[in-house]
Design a protein around this ligand. Sequence first.
Ligand SMILES: Nc1nc2c([nH]c(=O)n2[C@H]2C[C@H](O)[C@@H](COP(=O)(O)OP(=O)(O)OP(=O)(O)O)O2)c(=O)[nH]1
Length: 144
Amino acid sequence: MPTTALEAGAEERRLVLVAACALVDADGRVLVAQRPEGRPLAGLWEFPGGKLLPGETPERCLIRELEEELGVDTEASCLAPLTFASHGYESFHLLMPLYVCRVWRGEPIPREGQALRWVRPRALRDLPMPPADLPLIPVLEELL
Ligand SMILES: Nc1nc2c([nH]c(=O)n2[C@H]2C[C@H](O)[C@@H](COP(=O)(O)OP(=O)(O)OP(=O)(O)O)O2)c(=O)[nH]1
C-alpha cells in the first residue's frame, strides 16, 4: 500500500493527550497562564491543564490540574466540552480537548509561579500562544 508523507510522519510520532480548560468569568473573560521558563514552549500563553495520567479521564485530569496549578476546586458537572486541538509538534502529536468552566470555588492563584491573565477571547489573538491553540480562539470568540 502506498503511504503518503503525512501518514508516515504521523506513525512515527506518539499521540499525547492533554486536557485544557477555559475558565470563564462573569464578564466573559478567559484565564490564560504563561508557560514558565525552562519548559517546552516557554513564554507562550496557554489554557490551564496538562497531560492525562494513566487511567485518568480528561475531567479528572482537569480537576487535578486546576487544583495543582491554580488552587481552584471544581467538579466534572461544571466542565463542558467545547472543541479540541489536533496538532503535530515535531516530536509528538497533540490531541487536546478544550473544556469550558464557569463555576469553581476559590480565586485562581499562580501556584507554580506562572503569570496569569484574564482576557477577552478576541484579545487572545494578540498573545503568543502555542500553535495548537490558534484554531481554538475563534471557537471561544463565537461562544463568548
Ligand atoms: N495545558 C496546556 N498545554 C498545552 C496547550 N497548548 C499546547 O500546545 N499544550 C501542550 C504543551 C505541552 O506539550 C503539553 C502539556 O503538557 P504539560 O504542561 O503537562 O507538560 P510539559 O510539556 O510542560 O512538561 P512535562 O510535564 O512533560 O515535564 O500540551 C494549552 O493551551 N494548555
